[in-house]
Design a binder for this molecule. Structure first.
Ligand code: F6P
Length: 535
């Protein structure tokens, strides 16, 4: 008997066997012929919801495949698991925590709980602190140690404490404050932070140190360097305790022992996973950059998507459909990679963001019941904005030897562009998805010009990139990730795989430890670096 009541091996389910049969029958089929067989395929294989259109017709799926995918979701207990997710049960089993980040964008009436406790009060309090600081920084009343207003914010964090806010600021830069600049520092590469501080005036700089654990080595390294700069340039003994520094963390003790004034420490809860923390106080930089009203619109857009996911039937449910099609491609058509191509330069960080969201969540090989899995889980997610990507790696999509489904994303209206550019951009999106499906096979063409086609893709068209639609887009992919993890029977909310590398770096850098504990290749490389380091 399984210890975890959601533990279901999907490969043992009748729907899995049905899908295996469908896949073997459909393997030789062309996607275009499915259009010829069903004149209503465009409308039957698409979902419209509040300014979003998901067209999934260009996949090798039939109505029978969809029904079996829905059965798979049911037999894998998706509805029960979703109910537990929204109810704030401890679905992060290895860390014994809930993962109810939807509560961060919830309203009081949504009555979100974590492990039974109502949590709206603490979330509203944290948000009010974000609003207060953001308004003061934006209206020039948050002053540095010499009495000057803030012109530059350095957000220091990594992974989930960086990617979400960094992407949001870039995506929503049309709403940026006209005289506050934002700089994101995540990499341990000193060249980044050193080049950044060189250009800044410390008197007018605010440093936000965002780290759930407040102990991530990269973040603390960048924070230390920045503190030394503030200390030296402003003559402050303890810059950490000045108005130049704010901590955002779930570990207020660590922030306090780093010297940050508790009144300038914004907290979020342990049940907020790092990669889901954009909606928490980690979003302070976003609120400062685009204004708190816009930040609230972003939360509201995400909340709309939460409601949609939790209430819409499978056939009209955007995240369910995206997740099930991804499982179909991954587990039944053996496409173990997936390209994401947003036709919008402001979403250039979206592929990187999704890499963390999907691959850190679902890059697992152990079941909820702690047994090793014999089927594929997260595909490798990668991508770049179109049209640039077309001139970089689309050759491989059109004629390469790997089978790569594509997710195209486009915005129908763009007030920041003009008609000429925008028509061209969207024309490219449509043409590429069509070329990938149809291919080119005229008899008279030489082999090197032929393109096999039959490459599946989804097209997500959104009315416009706004704070609200951006929030909904991110929540859509969060839920897609949850659904996939749920059907793959894994815990999408831990990340034990990153521990070993962190530990080994600590050991390697500990000068008191001999290098004998490490493998001979690592010893050789360390020695080589030592011998070739110029003094
Ligand atoms: O190394 C992975 C990770 O733990 C991510 O899950 C997390 O978002 C990131 O590091 C940063 O962690 P923290 O916010 O605790 O600094």
């Amino acid at each position: 008997m399984a210890n975890n009541h959601f533990d279901v091996n999907p490969t043992t389910l009748p729907a899995w066997q049905e899908l295996t049969k469908h896949a073997s029958l459909l393997k030789e089929k062309r996607i275009e012929t499915l259009f010829a067989e069903n004149k209503l395929r465009n409308s039957n294989f698409s979902i419209k919801h509040k300014g979003f259109l998901l067209d999934y017709s260009k996949n090798l799926v039939t109505e029978e495949v969809l029904l079996s995918l829905f059965s798979l979701a049911d037999q894998a207990l998706l509805k029960d698991h979703t109910a537990a997710f929204f109810a704030g049960e401890k679905i992060n089993t290895s860390e014994k925590k809930s993962a109810v980040h939807m509560a961060l964008r919830g309203h009081k009436k949504d009555n979100y709980r974590s492990e039974g406790e109502l949590i709206y009060g603490q979330i509203a309090y944290s948000l009010s602190k974000v609003k207060d600081i953001s308004s003061k920084v934006r209206n020039g009343t948050w002053l540095g140690s010499t009495g000057r207003a803030i012109t530059d914010v350095i957000h220091i964090g990594v992974g989930g404490s960086d990617l979400g806010p960094r992407m949001a600021c870039q995506a929503l830069r049309a709403h940026a404050h006209e005289s506050i600049n934002i700089h994101f520092i995540s990499n341990a590469d000193g060249s980044e932070i050193l080049a950044t501080i060189k250009t800044l005036d410390p008197e007018t700089t605010l440093v936000i140190i965002a780290s759930k654990s407040f102990s991530t080595l990269e973040t603390m390294l960048n924070a230390d360097t920045t503190m030394r700069w503030l200390q030296k340039s402003l003559g402050l003994k303890n810059p950490q305790s000045s108005t130049h520094v704010i901590a955002v963390t779930a570990n207020k003790q660590k922030a306090a022992s780093y010297g940050i004034d508790p009144s300038r420490t914004l907290e979020f809860e342990e049940w907020v996973g790092g990669r889901f923390s954009l909606w928490s106080s980690v979003g302070l930089s976003v609120s400062i950059y685009i204004g708190h009203d816009n930040f609230t619109h972003m939360l509201d857009g995400a909340r709309e998507m939460d409601i949609h996911f939790n209430t819409a039937p499978y056939e009209h449910n955007l995240p369910v459909m995206l997740a099930l099609i991804s499982i179909w491609n991954n587990n039944f058509l053996n496409a173990h990679t997936c390209a994401v191509i947003p036709y919008c330069e402001r979403l250039s960080l979206f592929p990187a963001y999704l890499q963390q969201l999907e691959m850190e969540s679902n890059g697992k090989s152990v079941s909820l019941n702690n047994e090793s899995l014999e089927y594929a889980t997260s595909p490798i997610i990668w991508g770049k904005t179109g049209s640039d990507a077309q001139h970089a790696f689309f050759q491989l999509l059109h004629q390469g030897s790997h089978f790569v489904p594509v997710n195209f994303i486009g915005f129908i209206n763009d007030k920041t562009s003009n008609k000429k550019h925008h028509d061209f951009l969207l024309g490219n999106l449509i043409a590429q998805s069509s070329a990938l499906m149809i291919g080119r096979s005229n008899e008279e063409l030489p082999m090197y010009q032929k393109q096999p086609g039959n490459n599946p893709s989804n097209t997500l068209l959104i009315d416009e990139l706004t704070p609200s639609s951006f929030g909904a887009l991110i929540a859509l992919y969060e839920h897609k990730t949850f659904i996939q993890g749920s059907i793959w029977n894994i815990n999408s909310f831990d990340q034990w795989g990153v521990e070993l590398g962190k530990k080994m770096t600590e050991n390697l850098l500990d000068t008191n430890k001999s290098l004998e504990f490490i493998d001979t290749s690592a010893q050789y490389l360390s020695l080589y670096i030592k011998e070739h380091t110029s003094s």
